[in-house]
Design a protein around this ligand. Structure first.
Ligand SMILES: [Mn+2]
Length: 241
């Protein structure tokens, strides 16, 4: 049975079509998998696990739980939007939280799994913000605020980041080739799977004279899709609009 990889669903109440596609995927294709890896940005934003009771979050958590209860191993990695998902979310869904980076043996191939933002090393402003937001101090202070205030803050940050992203040259928003090679070398991995850049595709990367594969997952702002890794070559499936 294959392992399936998805990321960048950016689920939110505001985009019902994407939510429906995701629910179809969970109730259909995903049931035939041995494992489903969600490599970050499952949600458009996540203000803390104490927001699990909000109706939209509860429905989505319930859908994931239904899948894990079918016996599909569910793995979850943080993205740059939902890095505050924690143990309570995992307990509610039956998911295992993966560190970024993680290395898993996927059908006999040592595979490096990351969300992808750590590879975008040319984006210095973003990397600085990432260090702040991932620090225990920032998270403690943020999570101590009332939920309504957290939601307001996050939505404000999201608006600001949209404007910043539009002003940035496209190439600094992609992965840095040296960062990719370094990561593959450091972990001794044959294959890399990541999302984040919203540039789905397959790339050949030569590291120390050996060709390895880099697979980039599709985002669900577009039509969405997944990567399937079974016994043969990986298969990148992009849904039609
Ligand atoms: Mn991302």
């Amino acid at each position: 049975m294959p392992a399936l990889f998805i990321s960048d669903l950016h689920l939110s109440e505001e985009r019902p079509a994407a939510n429906e596609r995701f629910i179809d995927f969970l109730e259909g294709k995903a049931r035939s998998a041995q494992a489903l890896y969600i490599l970050g940005d499952l949600f458009e934003y996540w203000i803390g696990d104490d927001d699990l009771g909000a109706p939209f979050n509860a429905v989505m958590a319930g859908m994931l739980r239904a899948l894990s209860q079918q016996g599909v191993a569910l793995y979850l990695m943080h993205g740059n939007r939902d890095f505050l998902m924690g143990e309570r979310f995992c307990a509610a869904t039956g998911a295992t939280l993966l560190r970024d980076p993680s290395v898993h043996d996927i059908h006999g191939v040592k595979t490096l799994l990351v969300h992808g933002d750590t590879l975008c090393t040319d984006d210095h402003d973003y990397q600085a913000w990432r260090r702040t937001a991932r620090s225990p101090e920032w998270q403690r202070e943020f999570l101590a605020r009332p939920r309504a205030e957290r939601r307001r803050l996050i939505l404000g940050l999201r608006e600001k980041s949209k404007a910043v992203i539009e002003a940035k040259p496209a190439d600094i928003m992609d992965v840095n080739a040296a960062a990719v090679a370094d990561a593959l070398r450091l972990h001794g991995a044959e294959r890399l799977v990541h999302g984040h850049t919203h540039r789905p595709g397959q790339h050949r990367v030569e590291v120390d004279g050996r060709v390895r594969g880099r697979w980039v997952l599709p985002d669900w702002y577009g039509a969405g899709g997944y990567l399937e890794i079974g016994a043969g070559e990986p298969r990148l499936v992009k849904f039609k609009q």
